[in-house]
Every structure is written in C-alpha cells, then in structure tokens.
Ligand binder design. Structure first.
Ligand SMILES: Cc1cc2nc3c(=O)[nH]c(=O)nc-3n(C[C@H](O)[C@H](O)[C@H](O)COP(=O)(O)OP(=O)(O)OC[C@H]3O[C@@H](n4cnc5c(N)ncnc54)[C@H](O)[C@@H]3O)c2cc1C
Length: 560
C-alpha cells in the first residue's frame, strides 16, 4: 500500500499551499483531488471548447485581494513558477440606469474626484471611509496570518504600522467599544452613517454583501473591507487567469517531490484507535498516512461524509451538523465568449476601455442589492430585476481570448434550494437546465439595458446552476466560502471554537481550506496556517533528517 507522511484531501489552492510548506519542511505529501484538474474554486478552463475554442474562463474566483495581505507569494517564490499579477486600476465601475456612474481607481483621491461630480460631501466622506477600513484591515491582518490561538505568532506579525493602526481603531475605551459596535452592526447602517447618495452606497453595499448575505444583516460589516482592500493593497489578477496561481503552486509542489493524483474522490478517512491512518478512495484503493491527514474540505463534509459516525463524539457531531451555519445563498455562474467588447452607455468613454479593467457592478441602489441577497436566502430567484457582479477579464489580459475577442464572467446570486421545488430537479434543489437558462436570459436582458451591443456579441455561453456548482465544488449548498462568513463563524469561532485551531479530536487529522480561519477567498492563508500547526505538532525542527536517521540507524539505536 502506498504510504506518505501526509495526505491532503482536495487540491484546492489552500491544499496546494499547505502541501508546498510541508514539502519544503521535508515531509512527503500526496494530494488527492476528485476533479480531473487541481485548483478547486481557483481554475481557468477552456470550458466551451467546441463552440468557443481558445476562450479561457475563470469558472470561480477571479479578483484577488486577500492574498496580498500575507507573505505566501514571496515565501513560496511563486514568480519563479510563472505567477505574474496584473493590477486592476480602475478596479470598480458601477453604471446606473440614469446615465451616472461610480468609477473607483486605486487612488482614493482620483475616486473621490469622480464622486465629487455628484456629491461633494460623499466625495470627502469616501476618503474618511477608506481610511477607517484600511486602518482596521492593517490592525487585524496579523491575525489572518497566524493560527487563531497562536498568540506568539500573532504578536510577531505585528509591525509598528499594525500596532499604530490597532491603537487608532481601538486604543481607548470608547474607540474599542465603537469598534465592537461597528463590527456587530450591518453594512447598510454603516453606509448610511457615511454617505447620502446611492451612486456611492449601492456599489459599496454590493461588494460588502459579497460576503454572502444581504447588506442589512448584522454581523457582516467585515465585508466593507472588500472595497478598502481594492485601494490598499489593491486588486489584481494572475496573467492567464486565476488558474495561473494554481499552475504555479502545482509546479512548485511537483518540483518539491509532491504527488497530485486527480480523479481520486476520497470516500473515507480510515481511523484506527482514534488516529487517522489513511484514506480510501472511490474504487476502494487505500493510501496510508504516517503523520497526518489534512482536509481541504470543511469539517461538515469531513465529519459527516468521510469519517465513520462512531469515530466522533456524538455531541461534537451534532454541533457540526446543527450549529454551523450555511445560508441558502449561492451563485448562478454565466460565462460568455464575446465577439466584441460590451459598450456601456453610461460611460462617457474619455479613457477608452479603462472602466472595464476591473469589476462591473450592476447595483442600482442598496435596496436592489438587498433584494438580490434576501430573496436568494429565502429560496426565491431574484431575476425580476437582477443585480450582478461581472468582469471582462480579457480587457486586462488579452491572452484569455482569441485576438480582438473577449470573455465575460457573470456572478448572479441565487438560492441553492428553490422554495416550493423541494425534491425536484438536480439534487432535489428545483434547478433544471431549462430554469437555469431562463434565469441566465433574464440576467443578460438586464445587462443589455446598460450595454446594448451585448446580446448580439455572444458567440457561446456556459451557465452553471447553483446545484451544478455545488456538485463541482462538493461544498454544502454550493457555498463558495465552504461555510458562511458571518462574525459568529470567524477567527477563533471558525468552524467551531473547539476545532478552530486546524486540529480535530481525532489524532493526526487536520483541517484547512475556506472553512477554517480566516475563511474563504483566494488568500492561501488557511493552507499556510494549517501547515504551521502541523509542523509544530511534529515537535521536530528537521523531521526528514530525523526520519532518515531513524530508518538507517533505528534498530541499532533501539528506536524502531
Ligand atoms: C463562483 C465563485 C466565484 C468566486 N469569486 C472569487 C473572487 O473573485 N475572489 C476571491 O478571492 N474568491 C472568490 N471565490 C471564493 C474562492 O474561490 C474560494 O473561497 C477558494 O477558492 C476556496 O479555496 P479552498 O482551497 O479552500 O477550497 P476549494 O477550492 O473548494 O478546494 C477544495 C478541493 O477539494 C476537492 N474535493 C472536494 N471533495 C473531495 C473529495 N471527497 N475527495 C477529493 N477531493 C475533493 C474539490 O474538488 C476542490 O478541488 C469565488 C468562489 C466561487 C464559487
């Protein structure tokens, strides 16, 4: 039977990052991935090969911000493996039906100048808003790059600027209390405190709600950092698409001797005497792990699908099943191959296509965004007046489409389970091919109101329903962050307080991925943090040397 020091279940970008650190520390690593390609929600694929050859689509993640808050790219020297980031500047464009538009550049001053065309007050407040959320981000970022209870690590991550920023945010009793109040209120409340105009509030609400809930929901204000991060450190995309990050990680992992096997669906973690010792994949083959099994799948999938029920304390099993929250909201994804660039009537076109370098948001008002999320949570499809997030990635990176052509990436929030359609359609969710295409037609009709040449320019399209997305990723209810990202499930509480440190009560069984601290998105931080915890538990500085001494001289020294 094949044996490795560690087996990682799932080759998402976090599994790959984790593998890279373990390999560099001298451990042998096997990654088992269910799909034909590694990367999970971080792939770029020629997904419509027959109708649209040469068009490359980011099937999930596209815009990267979080990864720049940590040291992974430098530590793993990913540029050496072909990773190159292209900065999105401007980063956010939101055309409105009345012909006005919000256009945010990396420069806050330039963005404020754009806003000043509509409101002097909001222009000034925008600077204050970004300053507050950027300072807050700098104050908490050291937590992201450490296991949540590793106080020494966290302290070591604090540089002078992080400390000054922490004091600015919470350096007195009143500031600290106000910070808590800010975190437990809703994005909508904070936006109303700062701004008057929908032209500013609507795109900010839309980005904040990317955390996966309506902007009126209390406890998700951390979503407001999404826009602040686009200014500092900035938003970028790998040349060649998000899959280029995965490719760089795969090259590194294989160069370090790691093994990645695709089309290997792990069906069971083998537990012997409360110790994880191996895995069984579909078809029955077993692989042994000498030191650890690391799950890139969240704890719900791990404990409820892959570990036999008797191996977990029933109280913990209950908490995993019932206390962890996944709301009903996920994504209906539309990818289109276009013969020409969409022309948005709201933009005056002074600077060519620069407004299409970053994200385009269709968010007419905070209420529009509220409906987009609230209806989805309740099981209704918000396609009567769709709000959406889209990118035309080939504007910044022409390598993604044949010359002169473009790709269009549309994210439309939709329910996983359609109310009233339980037990029908794919996985009993109510989603059928006919329905997903009807919804996609409505989304494209709405977008065509802003960019009238769109419909005639579509060469081919691929529509993925929430149920199909859930099947592809394997996550519960197609959750793109594995588990909801509300405050009650973050930092020391993710996924549950008793298993928030990447370890589980089963010896040698570890957790990583979006379902662990600091959560979903392209960051690699859960992978890196988990590797640090794993390496510490091995209690050895040079484990490979130790192993080789043991195997060579073990019996002579009486170690075997
Ligand atoms: C449509 C969409 C758009 C997004 N857009 C963005 C964005 O623009 N920016 C951003 O930062 N984030 C975005 N995200 C979120 C981000 O992509 C994810 O949070 C992140 O990629 C999760 O990475 P991960 O490695 O933790 O998990 P995953 O990528 O989910 O990896 C888990 C891996 O495990 C595999 N697997 C599952 N079950 C098994 C099994 N039983 N056996 C073997 N393998 C298994 C899966 O196939 C997968 O490869 C988006 C997500 C989606 C779905």
């Amino acid at each position: 039977m094949e044996a490795y020091d560690t087996i990682i279940i799932g080759a998402g970008h976090n599994g790959l990052v984790c593998a890279a650190y373990l390999l560099k520390a001298g451990y042998s690593v096997l990654l088992l991935e269910k799909r034909p390609v590694p990367g999970g929600a971080a792939t770029t694929e020629e997904a419509i090969p027959e109708e649209a050859p040469g068009f490359k689509f980011n099937l999930c993640a596209i815009d990267h911000e979080f990864i720049f808050l940590g040291p992974i790219i430098e530590e793993l020297q990913l540029q050496k493996y072909g990773l190159e980031y292209l900065l999105c500047d401007p980063h956010t464009f939101c055309p409105h039906p009345d012909g006005k538009y919000f256009l945010a550049h990396k420069s806050v001053a330039k963005t404020s100048a754009n806003i000043a065309r509509y409101s002097q007050r909001d222009a000034q407040k925008y600077g204050e808003f970004i300053e507050y959320w950027s300072t807050l981000m700098s104050a908490v970022a050291p937590f992201f790059n450490s296991p949540p209870q590793a106080w020494l690590d966290i302290a070591q991550n604090y540089r002078r600027k992080n400390l000054v920023d922490a004091l600015t945010i919470a350096g007195s009793k009143n500031k600290a209390l106000d910070f808590i109040r800010t975190m437990i209120t809703s994005p909508e409340d904070v936006l109303s405190e700062y701004f008057d105009t929908e032209i500013v509030k609507a795109p900010l609400a839309r980005l904040a709600a990317e955390i996966g809930a309506p902007p009126s929901q209390k406890g998700i204000t951390s979503g407001l950092m999404m826009l602040a991060m686009r200014h500092h450190p900035g938003m970028a995309r790998p040349r060649g698409g998000t899959g280029a990050l995965t490719e760089a990680l795969v090259k590194l992992v294989t160069a370090e001797g790691g093994v990645i096997l695709t089309e290997q669906m792990v069906k069971e973690v083998i537990v012997d005497d409360n110790r994880a010792v191996g895995v069984r994949v579909a078809g029955g083959k077993e692989y042994r792990a000498k030191k650890g099994i690391i799950s890139n799948l969240d704890v719900r999938r791990l404990f409820l699908q892959l570990v036999e029920p008797g191996a977990i304390d029933s109280q913990l099993k209950d908490r995993v099943e019932r206390r962890i929250v996944n709301n009903n909201e996920t994504i209906l994804k539309i990818d289109c191959a276009l013969s020409e660039i969409p022309r948005f009537t709201a933009y005056d076109g002074q600077n060519g296509n620069e407004h299409l370098i970053g994200t385009v948001l269709i968010a007419d008002s905070v209420n529009h965004v509220e409906q987009a999320h609230a209806l989805a949570v309740m099981g209704e499809i918000p396609d009567a007046n769709p709000s959406m997030y889209l990118d035309i990635p080939s504007v910044l990176d022409p390598t993604l489409a044949p010359e002169g052509k473009h790709t269009l990436w549309i994210e439309f929030f939709a329910p996983y389970q359609i109310a009233g359609k339980e037990g029908t359609g794919l996985q009993g969710t109510g989603w059928t091919d006919e329905l997903k295409n009807k919804v996609a037609d409505n989304v494209i009709d709405k977008l065509a109101e802003y960019a009238p040449n769109l419909k005639d320019s579509i060469i081919a399209r691929r529509v993925e329903s929430p149920a199909e997305l859930g099947e592809r990723l394997g996550s519960y209810k197609g959750n793109y962050y594995h588990l909801d990202m509300s405050l009650d499930q973050m930092i020391f509480l993710r996924p549950l307080p008793e298993i928030a440190n990447y370890t589980t009560p089963i010896k040698n069984l570890y957790l990583t991925g979006a379902g662990t601290h600091p959560g979903g998105s392209i960051s690699g931080m859960p992978g890196r943090n988990c590797a640090r915890v794993f390496l510490r538990t091995q209690n050895s500085i040079i484990p490979k040397a130790q192993e080789s001494i043991k195997s060579t001289f073990g019996s002579w020294l009486g170690l075997n």
